[in-house]
Design a protein. Structure first.
Length: 167
């Protein structure tokens, strides 16, 4: 299955179905924006639970938010190092090597060892989490502002009328 077919089948079709079922386009845009941002949190195993908690707390559509969150798995991996680097800059920490080769070398060396490698990984995850927390609110707002008009327009085409929806 090609990437285009995958995106169409697994992401776009469910979102279209939600619009057709009557979910307000602006609420759907908010769900997708939150799902995208939380899906990129640089802490593994947190995004699914966090999205579910947010959806339940704010009465958002759970399938929509989880669909967007799950689609972010590849970008979540890609953004760990940039988030860690941004976090290092925020707290003015020295840059630590975050490659597989450096980690294996740290485990193998007598000077560093497993404790050093674990400390570097812990610090990287803390820096990445901090950077994500700083970036996340603005990212949700920006993605929402881009998606809301798109979903409103798509719902209007499907319904043939005013589909502004409200938050």
């Amino acid at each position: 299955m090609s990437l285009t077919a995958f995106v169409q089948c697994r992401i776009m079709a469910p979102l279209r179905a939600l619009l057709m079922q009557g979910i307000a386009p602006r609420r759907l845009a908010l769900c997708v924006a939150i799902g995208i941002v939380v899906g990129n949190i640089p802490l593994f195993g947190v995004s699914t639970v966090l999205c579910a908690a947010i959806a339940l707390a704010f009465r958002l559509n759970l399938p929509a938010i989880q669909c967007a969150q799950a689609a972010m798995a590849p970008t979540q991996l890609l953004l760990i190092v940039p988030f860690a680097r941004l976090g290092e800059r925020i707290v003015h920490a020295p840059t630590e090597p975050l490659s597989l080769r450096a980690t294996i070398g740290s485990f193998a060396s007598l000077a560093g060892g497993a404790g050093h490698a674990a400390a570097v990984l812990r610090n990287a995850m803390m820096h990445a989490g901090l950077a994500w927390a700083v970036v996340a609110p603005g990212a949700v707002l920006l993605i929402y502002l881009v998606l809301a008009p798109v979903f409103v327009r798509a719902a209007g085409r499907r319904a043939g009328g005013d589909a502004q929806g409200s938050l």
